[in-house]
Design a protein around this ligand. Structure first.
Ligand SMILES: NC(=O)c1ccc[n+]([C@@H]2O[C@H](COP(=O)([O-])OP(=O)(O)OC[C@H]3O[C@@H](n4cnc5c(N)ncnc54)[C@H](OP(=O)(O)O)[C@@H]3O)[C@@H](O)[C@H]2O)c1
Length: 401
């Protein structure tokens, strides 16, 4: 067997998810049975200062010779970088991804991909023009759990999917938790609100079960009906959004299929104990349903319940360096068990594999699908009257944010 190919990453931004991603990225891939690639971090950049980038490299355990930059512009000029991971707020993804692509860098860009579909289309065009890899970092799609769910569907376990319910909501008191209005969940300048931040996962589950599982030439965009409640203190950011989707399908594939995507900053998918959590995702067909338990973005349990009485409950623990390693990861104050990965390495493995194979898009979410999902979010915002400031909706590049 040939030796693993090492992919050299540059990390653009040093906030919460950049830390979680980079720690996962540096876990030995053989701990999850991946032998053909390895990852290393050769540089990180912070828009605030070089010293912040230095601190980030230390905090995440990057190699001692990794370079620290005090601007994103310097990072994208680094000739040693194969691919840049973008971890800024979604308001900034378009400008940052354009910067990378223009400089000839492959890109893995955090979700939501962009603020609107026009920006997503412009990025896809630029990546094609430059012959570069570009993928939205919807990590959940690359989990073995997600692959299993899609396989159960295409194997016909529940029959043609007829309906999907998908919720991703977190109970906060936003007025208290984000009282100064600056947090990215409520700040219009950062494309705040539930839809782009949390609702993307509800849509991810609907799309990966109802759309991606269809033959490529049969996938059609859904009709959309949406209700959107604005968060009154900062005006342009949604607090709760509900979307009804109707997917056209050929009669022989089951005909029209429905889905409901819900998301909220104020009410929870799981009130109280995680142990008693109801499934946040229910994928239903004529023979039964597949349930996925919360959280929608990092699920670790599935259940298949069939009309014939079959029940298959499965746990999907995240691999990692293991107990006794003294290594920890987590996000936003949450800490996983010792040695347990967060699960962000799966998407990094896919991006690295694509580079090795010369592919320009991700295997489980094409750019065309990211664009259709952005179209759905645009339509939900249009029906709900949610418009962000022009400087973050624009496709004009460069625009100073
Ligand atoms: N996949 C997941 O599970 C997951 C989880 C959370 C968030 N996310 C996504 O990741 C992105 C970042 O989220 P986060 O939680 O990491 O946010 P965060 O902690 O606020 O970090 C964002 C970073 O972006 C940089 N930045 C540049 N311009 C900024 C500006 N005007 N305001 C704020 N930050 C700015 C800053 O880094 P520098 O100062 O170093 O430039 C900042 O630390 C969002 O798109 C979010 O949806 C994904």
């Amino acid at each position: 067997m040939s030796s693993p190919k090492t992919i050299r990453w540059g990390i653009l931004a040093t906030g919460g998810i950049a830390v979680t991603f980079t720690k996962d990225l540096l876990v030995d891939p053989s701990t999850r049975g991946v032998k053909h690639i390895k990852h290393t971090v050769v540089a990180a950049a912070s828009s605030s200062s070089r010293s912040r980038a230095e601190q980030f490299l230390k905090e995440t355990g990057c190699p001692a010779d990794a370079k620290a930059y005090g601007s994103y512009e310097e990072l994208v000029k680094d000739p040693d970088i194969d691919i840049v991971y973008i971890a800024t707020p979604h308001s900034h993804h378009y400008q940052n991804a354009m910067l990378c692509l223009d400089a000839g860098k492959n890109v893995l860009c955090e979700k939501a991909f962009t603020v609107n579909a026009a920006q997503a289309r412009a990025l896809a065009d630029k990546a094609r023009e430059k012959n570069l890899f570009l993928m939205e970092a919807v990590w959940t799609r690359y989990f073995p759990l997600s692959i299993y769910v899609r396989e159960q569907i295409t194997a016909g376990r529940i029959g043609p999917v007829a309906r999907v319910f998908a919720d991703n909501s977190m109970a906060t008191n936003p007025e208290e938790a984000f009282h100064d209005g600056k947090h990215r969940l409520v700040n219009p300048d950062l494309a705040g609100g539930a839809l782009l931040d949390l609702g993307i996962y509800s849509l991810t589950w609907i799309f990966q079960t109802l759309y991606l599982t269809q033959p490529e030439n049969q996938r059609k965009p859904p009709k959309v009906l949406a209700a959107l409640k604005n968060y009154s203190p900062t005006k342009a950011a949604d607090e709760t959004t509900t979307i009804v989707l109707s997917f056209p399908r050929p009669e022989e594939a089951g005909g029209e299929a429905h889905a409901i995507a819900t998301t909220s900053l104020r009410v929870a998918t799981t009130p109280g104990s995680e142990a008693a959590a109801p499934p946040g995702i229910r994928i239903q067909g004529p023979k039964g349903e597949i349930q996925v338990f919360p959280p929608a973005y990092r699920p670790t349990r599935t259940k298949i319940v069939l009309n014939d009485g079959t029940v298959e409950d499965k746990e999907w623990p995240q691999p990692g360096p293991g107990a006794g390693s003294g290594w920890y990861n987590g996000f936003g104050g949450g800490k996983n068990a010792e040695g347990e990965g967060h699960g962000m390495f799966w998407e990094a493995d896919e991006a690295a594999t694509a580079l090795v194979e010369g592919r320009k898009e991700g295997k489980y979410e094409s750019l065309a699908e990211s664009i259709v999902i952005m179209d759905v979010m645009d339509e939900a915002r249009k029906q709900g009257g949610l418009v962000y400031p022009e400087k973050i909706e624009t496709t004009k590049y460069p625009t100073q944010l």
